[in-house]
Design a protein around this ligand. Structure first.
Ligand code: SAH
Length: 279
């Protein structure tokens, strides 16, 4: 990772990168789990429920059994660790959230591959390595401790929000597309995650009524980081966001004082665009 530290006044200028580390639908990356699709039980879903300390519920059958899910989650987190993710808290959280529950059943065979997958409305679920890198950057210096209050812009299918709820005490997530907001609600409801609140709205405005946040994760790329989000960071808080158009970089911003924000440019990346308003 190249790290170019910069201090700057508001607003952030956009910095563009060269290549992508997250491409939509890369070829040949899918991995099929068709061989495991025989079980009737709901153990897979219950893994997620137990991850939040709740009693197993009876959920619709998805064709995954508990051991197939555990194996897939383990191999996914091992691959993330081999790929350079070091934060045990992030790896542990990701190892507890079954990703196949967030994609449509026709794609669930590819759910544990390191690829972005379509979730409808021309949007995608971020690939696991991207989620891991973002959350790891957000948590720098936290060691074993939980983050306090975190905001996510771009709920999508709710996958990253569920992981955030494992690493922060309070999580708020905003989605501008109504059908996706509702999809996330449906996906997350059975998990009954008490510390996660979903909002339908324009995330570029943040959530001033709940601010300040000690972490903000933006899951869609704007030409610059929205000023409202920078202002809603607590002093000492961190924001991670993809920035740019065709060429994007992942940027980590730390609010170091009331009127001072410091930016580090991490990897090149490719995210769906951050858009204004609601639909
Ligand atoms: N975190 C998601 C990734 C979703 S992709 C997941 O785990 O699935 C990015 C999402 O950002 C899309 O759903 C898109 O609709 C949403 N988005 C784009 N601009 C937005 C805005 N201004 N406010 C809220 N959500 C936005």
């Amino acid at each position: 990772m190249n790290k170019k530290a910069k201090s700057f006044p508001l607003p952030l200028s956009s910095v563009v990168g060269r290549t992508s580390f997250e491409k939509l639908n890369p070829q040949g990356a899918g991995k099929s789990f068709a061989g495991s699709q025989t079980a009737i039980q709901n153990k897979a879903e219950n893994l997620a429920l137990n991850a939040f300390g709740r009693k197993p519920l009876s959920l619709p059958e998805t064709g995954w059994n508990g051991s197939a899910v555990s194996r897939s989650l383990r191999s996914m987190t091992e691959r993330l660790a081999r790929g350079g993710v070091k934060d045990a808290v992030v790896l542990q959280a990701m190892g507890q959230i079954p990703r196949h529950l967030f994609v449509e059943s026709g794609l669930s065979g590819q759910a544990y591959a390191d690829i972005a997958l379509p979730i409808g409305s021309h949007q995608t679920i971020s690939k696991p390595s991207t989620v891991a890198k973002m959350l790891e950057a957000l948590r720098i210096g936290k060691r074993e401790s939980m983050m306090q209050k975190v905001l996510e812009i771009g709920t999508g299918c709710g996958y990253q929000a569920a992981i955030l709820a494992k690493i922060a005490n309070e999580v708020y997530s905003i989605e501008r597309v109504k059908t996706l907001h509702e999809l996330a609600r449906r996906n997350l409801r059975p998990m009954r995650i008490a510390n996660l609140r979903l909002h339908y709205g324009d995330g570029m405005l943040g959530l001033p009524q709940v601010a300040p946040f000690d972490g903000i994760v933006v899951a869609a790329a704007g030409l610059k980081v929205p000023e409202a989000l920078l202002k809603q960071l607590a002093v000492g808080g961190r924001l991670i966001a993809p920035v740019g158009g065709e060429r994007q970089t992942l940027q980590l911003v730390t609010r170091t004082a009331e009127t001072r924000w410091e930016k580090i440019v991490l990897d090149d990346c490719h995210f769906v665009p951050l858009q204004k308003g609601i639909v």
